[in-house]
Write a protein that binds this ligand. Structure first.
Ligand code: 26M
Length: 809
């Protein structure tokens, strides 16, 4: 095949224009004269995609040639965000594209509006996966992200009189120009059925599945920034096998029955479960998890076997990172493949498995720790349950040897929970079957070792690590906040900070430069004007995240109600005008969270209608919070609300995005807030509330919310307003829950929070001081780049090195 050369893609404006026109004619079958915005968008996407595809081809060749240790990231969710702008930036074709589409009579912004974000995730965990794959490519690390191509992503949220309503998100309705189908790499996945012994073997078994579903992969390109590397994420779509279409039923006129089995099969990747904490225990969810795992592991094994190396090198060439417990069945699945299908001895297979996997935990909430009923497992994955039992038996033997006679410890640590019903504890399986376990912020990792996983930390202290989360500086500053990015580049002298975020520290000296501060402030204001959520001169106070009681949107509302009452009582005072912006989704079945959304809407309307209060206070709730909306809100934020009860938020990543964009945090000592505060400095962070140990102790000592209610007049007034019913039944329900039990100590932190908000206002009244704080937040947030996070994983968990991709010659 030598001597065959590739026609180069357009590198000049004229050539790029030509490529765009070719795509318009030959892919869309449209002329320049009749091209619609969608035609232009599709043609542009194709043109940009070609640039990345060319790099992808070179990347695959270079990575294969270096025979590296591959990082495989397994995640049930990827919250990627819109692709066009990012791909323009990463391929370096942004300016060419702007010029070319202008000649067609369109603006780049118009076309970006047509670029739909694939909402294949719920929130923090899915967005973290997207930031990590971005940084893996940016760091030139050979990696593949595996996930599920849900037909319907996270629901579209609409706000009605009744609060949140959910609509399906058919994100690929117009097709997805960024996707590359790879039907040749499809895999067959078994479910149900039974196992049969193999004569002469005690560990090997034959699994005869009762149902087989096909997994068809397609991939999305994941370019690195400032490098040639283009990695992929491989997303699996469930397809019925030909055999599942019942032709005889069809011929007999039983049309629904004829396709019933096929529909059932394809339902596996139909929809993303919209829950982000509470465990539902639905069989379809377990099916999704195994579907992801089985397709991905077979693909990983297929790739390994291309080289004809022995199994003894598998773990040297493979590391599989589990994004929470959702893909943990990968541990028994790899054992099954090795032992049953490839006839590797159990002991060797177990050593390979343990050395291959690592597990990231994203929670501390007990109700979020996944467990599956043994009955369900037995029915759906009979062979995996047998393997889990064997893993558990050998593991408990190890525990017994270390702690002889400690039966309570065995019961606590077992992978199988006995009471009140037998369940498989996925977190225990994940700890037992991996080489490394990490939490996602310092405090979180410490609390994991001290609480939920304490027995495991006592047994294997070296296994437990921390890797503090990070966010993509490209998406969350460079793209989201172009004005601030330009000013930073000017202030620092060049734009190398985009790929080396610690360089932001160079802004420190500019915090005392009055003219720089004024420009900084003017940019914040311009971003607020763009957002158009309220008076751009008001303090823009944002709380953007999933709705959950532990995150305490209720506490923010009690603050709003108190401000409302204070202003009413003294309308002539010198109030600081505030725009309070809430955004976020609630799980459809989480009624308490949906109540809070409805209450926000009710209170917002009440304030809007009040001529005394509305000049100073506005509450807004833009619907359908997603990555695209986050990119508009974050650059406009002055104050970042990170007010979860200490010890509950594993890390948070919105806190990092906001600090990077110059919002000042008001927050508790929770998750990564602690690390943010340590870096930006105590003077540039508004701290309030109980710490994690005080909170735990308060609960143990018989915390009584009424105690705080009775002793705090303003708190009582706010609560009484809710109880009175002026904000409807939802107000009553929220108040009842707080006064009755207050699981997350909202009332205990109320006074401290309000006093802290007064400090916020004091600082805000001095614009020079505030702007200085804002600049210092950006300057000292460089640590929170996901490039640093990935470097940490690479050095301490994966032990992998970069494989640079040579430039095009
Ligand atoms: C589980 C079972 C069934 C259906 C859905 C789930 C599920 C899906 C997503 C459970 C949890 C999910 O996400 C949890 C999450 O987003 N955790 C957040 O992870 C971030 C990244 O590490 C942290 O910054 C946040 O603190 C943490 O809440």
């Amino acid at each position: 095949r030598q001597g065959i050369g590739l026609r180069k893609l357009g590198k000049t404006a004229d050539e790029f224009q030509q490529d765009l026109l070719s795509n318009l004619y030959y892919r869309r079958g449209t002329t320049v004269e009749s091209a619609s915005a969608r035609d232009a968008y599709e043609a542009l996407a194709q043109t940009v995609r070609d640039h990345l595809a060319e790099r992808r081809a070179r990347t695959a060749a270079a990575q294969f040639a270096s025979n590296p240790r591959w990082v495989y990231y397994l995640s049930a969710e990827y919250l990627l965000g819109a692709q066009l702008e990012q791909n323009l930036l990463y391929s370096g074709t942004g300016d060419l594209a702007a010029e070319a589409v202008k000649a067609l009579g369109f603006g780049l912004e118009d076309l970006e509006d047509l670029d739909v974000e694939p909402g294949l995730g719920n929130g923090g965990l899915g967005r973290l996966a997207a930031c990590l794959v971005d940084s893996l490519a940016t760091r030139d690390i050979p990696a593949v992200g595996y996930g599920i191509r849900y037909d319907l992503g996270i629901f579209r949220q609409v706000i009605t009189e009744e609060g949140q309503a959910e609509l399906p998100d058919d994100w690929a309705f117009h097709g997805n120009p960024w996707e590359f189908p790879a039907p040749d790499d499809r895999q067959a996945v078994g479910f149900y059925g039974h196992t049969e012994p193999i004569p002469g073997s005690t560990t090997r078994k034959v699994w005869v599945p009762g149902e087989v579903v096909l997994g068809e992969p397609s991939h999305m390109l994941v370019p690195g920034f400032g490098t040639e590397t283009v990695n992929i994420i491989r997303l699996w779509s469930a397809k019925a096998s030909e055999a599942s279409f019942d032709l005889s039923r069809f011929s007999a006129g039983q049309y629904a029955e004829a396709v019933q089995e096929a529909v059932r099969a394809e339902n596996i990747s139909k929809v993303l479960y919209p829950d982000d904490s509470t465990e539902l225990g639905r069989e379809l969810r377990l099916k999704q998890q195994y579907f992801l795992v089985s397709c991905s592991l077979r693909d990983i094994v297929r790739r390994f076997r291309l080289r004809n190396e022995g199994w003894d090198t598998f773990a040297d060439k493979t590391v599989i990172q589990l994004n929470d417990t959702h893909p943990t069945i990968a541990i028994p699945e790899l054992m099954r493949l090795l032992v049953d299908e490839y006839e590797v001895e159990w002991e060797q297979a177990w050593e390979i498995t343990r050395r291959t996997f690592a597990y990231t935990c994203h929670t501390l909430l007990p109700e979020a720790l996944e467990t599956w009923p043994v009955r369900m497992f037995e029915k759906l994955l009979p062979r995996h349950l047998e393997i889990i039992y064997l893993i558990n038996m050998l593991f408990l033997r190890e525990v017994e040897a270390r702690f002889p006679g400690d039966h309570d410890r065995l019961r606590r640590m077992s992978i199988i929970q006995e009471d009140p019903e037998r369940r498989v504890r996925m977190a225990h399986l994940a700890v037992v079957g991996t080489e490394a376990v990490n939490g996602v912020a310092e405090l979180h990792s410490k609390l994991l070792r001290e609480t939920v996983l304490d027995d495991f930390a006592a047994l294997w202290p070296a296994k437990f690590q921390n890797v503090t989360n990070g966010v993509s500086p490209r998406r969350f500053i460079k793209i989201a906040n172009p004005r601030l990015s330009d000013l930073i580049t000017e202030g620092l002298g060049d734009d190398s900070w985009v790929g080396d975020l610690e360089r932001l520290a160079g802004l420190e000296r500019l915090a005392d430069d009055a003219s720089f501060r004024e420009r900084w402030q003017a940019i914040k204001r311009a971003n607020k004007v763009d957002l158009a959520a309220g008076d751009p001169d008001s303090l823009t106070d944002v709380m953007i995240k999933r709705f959950h009681e532990y995150k305490r949107q209720q506490l923010k509302l009690l603050h709003v109600i108190t401000l409302y009452q204070r202003i009413r009582q003294n309308p002539a005072a010198d109030w600081v005008p505030r725009t309070v912006l809430f955004a976020g989704k609630a799980a459809p079945a989480y009624h308490a969270a949906k109540d809070i959304i409805r209450l926000i809407a009710t209170i917002a309307a009440r304030i809007e209608a009040d001529p005394v209060v509305s000049p100073y206070l506005k509450v807004v709730f833009p619907s359908n919070y997603n990555v695209t909306l986050a990119e508009r809100i974050i650059p406009a934020a002055d104050l970042s609300e990170q007010i979860s009860l200490a010890g509950k938020e594993a890390s948070g990543t919105g806190n990092m995005k906001l600090a990077l964009n110059g919002a000042v945090t008001i927050g508790t000592l929770d998750g990564a807030n602690i690390e943010i505060r340590a870096r930006v400095g105590e003077d540039n962070f508004f701290l309030f509330g109980l710490d994690a140990y005080e909170a735990a102790r308060a609960r143990i000592n018989g915390y009584q919310p009424r105690h705080f209610y009775e002793r705090d007049e303003e708190l009582r007034a706010a609560m009484d307003t809710l109880t009175s019913g002026v904000f409807g039944e939802v107000g009553r329900r929220v108040a009842d829950s707080l006064l009755g039990w207050d699981e997350y100590l909202t009332l205990a932190d109320f006074r401290s929070y309000l006093e802290c908000q007064e400090q916020v206002e004091k600082s805000w009244r001095d614009p020079a001081r505030w702007t200085r704080m804002s600049i210092l937040n950006t300057a000292h947030s460089g640590f929170f780049s996901s490039d640093r996070t990935v470097a940490d994983y690479a050095a301490r968990i994966w032990r992998v090195a970069p494989v640079p991709v040579p430039r095009e010659d």
